[in-house]
Design a binder for this molecule. Structure first.
Ligand code: CAA
Length: 257
């Protein structure tokens, strides 16, 4: 498959997607979202791949949905075409996805990053949901995910004023997992992905699914869900291998079984 708006590579057991619309600060148009979804499905179904990293350029992870593509849409066109429905594919991936964010991460760009499992940010990263300045509000989950990351007080501040938050504030607020020097960004994200991809894929997928439950359900229900999946792990050969290897003081060889 040849891609026009993204660059798709593999690095060992990691899939790497780089947004590639430099002329528009990686604004997310329909073509880019379709290509991203194709790449995600390819990585998801490739047994050799254990984790995906999504990144942009030094200047912009993504400056939001493509305003020029959206500007003339009518309500009925947007409704009938189910505009934005395809944007949530990342949130449905079972293998982990890491966003490596440098520069502007705005609007739909931040909404995509929040659908990833880790956000690794460069010190230069700038986060905002500036939709209010365009006469709209976030539409790809931003009003729901941002308060879950950073709480209502800061989410209201960002969504109602449209202001930008720098990487240090984003880390303090709990939006990003790690902040690193700009020249270390991709290496840090790929190293985290490589580590994740070295573990048992089904166990990683179950751990991800279980952490995500914490956002969606009560503590009691979430803990019951966790216990069920935890007990089921004793039916896997990777649990036997992991524990045998620990006792024998050797490196485990996980077979994703
Ligand atoms: N859509 C389309 N084009 C965009 C864009 C976007 N979101 N963001 C930047 N661009 C384009 C600019 O139009 C410009 O193109 P031209 O050279 O053809 O004029 C090019 O990228 C470079 O941008 P600037 O000249 O503006 O660069 P700057 O460094 O001066 O400013 C910026 C950078 C502050 C990010 C500014 O570009 C900006 O404010 N962009 C829009 C951000 C925004 O509002 N995002 C939210 C979109 S709505 C959304 O995402 C809805 C949703 O929930 C799904």
């Amino acid at each position: 498959m040849s891609y026009q708006t993204i660059i798709v590579e593999t690095r060992g057991k990691t899939g790497l997607v780089t947004f590639n619309r430099p002329q528009a600060l990686n604004a997310l148009n329909e073509a880019l979202i379709a290509e991203l979804n194709t790449a995600l499905v390819d990585f998801e179904t490739n047994p050799e791949i254990g984790c995906t990293v999504i990144t942009g350029s030094e200047k912009a992870f993504a400056a939001g949905a493509d305003v020029k593509e959206m500007a003339e849409k009518t309500y009925i066109e947007a409704y009938l075409a189910r505009f934005l429905d395809g944007w949530t594919r990342i949130a449905d991936t079972r293998k982990p996805v890491i966003a490596a964010v440098s520069g502007f991460c705005l609007g739909g760009g931040l909404e995509l990053a929040m659908m990833c499992d880790l956000i690794v940010a460069s010190e230069t990263a700038r986060f905002a949901l500036p939709e209010i300045t365009l006469g709209i509000m976030p539409g790809a989950g931003g009003t729901q995910r941002l308060p879950r990351f950073i709480g209502k007080a800061k989410a209201m501040d960002l969504i109602l004023t449209g202001r930008m938050m720098d990487a240090a504030e984003a880390e303090r607020a709990g939006l990003v997992s790690r902040v690193v020097a700009p020249d270390k960004l991709l290496a840090e994200a790929l190293a985290a992905a490589d580590k994740i991809a070295s573990y048992s894929q089904p166990i990683v997928m179950m751990a991800k699914e279980t952490v995500n439950r914490a956002q969606e359900t009560s503590l009691a229900e979430g803990a019951r869900f966790e216990r069920r999946l935890f007990l089921s792990m004793f039916a896997t050969t990777d649990q036997k291998e992991g524990m045998d290897a620990f006792i024998a003081k050797r490196k485990p060889v996980f077979r994703n079984r």
